[in-house]
Design a protein around this ligand. Structure first.
Ligand code: B12
Length: 212
């Protein structure tokens, strides 16, 4: 039902259904899953010309609004462990999608990671500048548009050429990964799932702590 409301961008019905599901005790992770299913359908419709850019904009705003509801946040990002570590996150240059990156940020922050969010359309130079000042353990690059793959490579190369690569891990995340690419050259890890990304970051921090 929620999926269909999202697919048809029925905002009032979406809000009502989310409230109803929360009141019934449905876990926010399940609600998030249904919202994402709906978003996927909107993506397909956009691809086939059944909906337009305005619909994508509205769907993005809707997703942000629901995920930022207090009741969703509290349970969605509830945690049982705390890992310390510093992460820089940014969406690769020429890509302005940030819903997935923001979910990754919430996951990491909830686990005790200190996150510097560089926003969207982040140039390799901006990543480098932030690495020099923030000194992160991990750099997370969000990559949603398949057309931006080259920009991901440029960012990783810039980090490698700057001599900063050895001090950090690089994880690339985003929808584009599942679509076309089975490997992201130069990255330590890649995933199209924020939860899996979180687990990878935790494992890295754990082994770093064991080594020190
Ligand atoms: C909402 C949306 C928009 C909104 C974005 C709003 C916002 N604030 O982000 C707006 C309207 C701005 C937009 C614009 C465009 N979009 Co758009 N958009 C979408 C839509 C519907 C949903 C994307 C989304 O947020 N998904 C939900 C999130 C949660 O999923 P996610 O990003 O994959 O994130 C998850 C994981 O990947 C992971 N993750 C994400 N980042 C990271 C980072 C790390 C480090 C880790 C570990 C994990 C991780 O965690 C998340 C949760 O698990 C998709 C359709 C779809 N099926 O995805 C199209 C889609 C991505 N867009 C598309 C296109 C073509 C465009 C435009 C080019 C359209 C145009 N003609 O202008 C522009 C591009 C603008 C630009 N330069 O970036 C295409 C991309 C096709 C392709 N070849 O890549 C899609 C697939 C639609 C389609 N089927 O055609 N879009």
């Amino acid at each position: 039902m929620l999926k269909e409301f999202v697919e048809n961008l029925e905002m009032n019905q979406i809000r009502k259904e989310v409230d109803k599901l929360l009141a019934e005790g449905v876990h926010p992770k399940e609600i998030q899953r249904q919202l994402l299913e709906g978003l996927k359908e909107i993506g397909k419709k956009y691809e086939s010309g059944e909906c337009f850019i305005g619909d994508l904009i509205v769907s993005g705003m809707m997703m942000k609004e629901i995920l930022s509801m207090d009741q969703m946040k509290t349970l969605l990002y509830e945690v049982d462990k705390t890992y310390t570590g510093k992460v820089i996150l940014g969406t690769v240059s020429e890509d302005i999608h940030d819903i997935g990156k923001d979910i990754m940020k919430e996951f990491l922050s909830a686990e005790g990671f200190e996150v510097l969010d560089l926003g969207v359309d982040v140039s390799p130079e901006k990543f480098l500048e932030a690495i020099r000042t923030f000194k992160p353990d991990i750099v997370g690059i969000s990559f949603i548009l398949t057309t931006c793959l080259n920009n991901v490579f440029k960012t990783i190369s810039a980090i490698e050429n700057s001599g900063l690569r050895d001090s950090l891990k690089i994880i690339v995340g985003g929808a584009a990964i599942s679509k076309k690419y089975s490997a992201i050259k130069g990255a330590d890890a890649y995933t199209d799932d924020a939860y899996e990304g979180l687990k990878i970051c935790e494992t890295w921090m754990l082994s770093k702590q064991l080594q020190s």
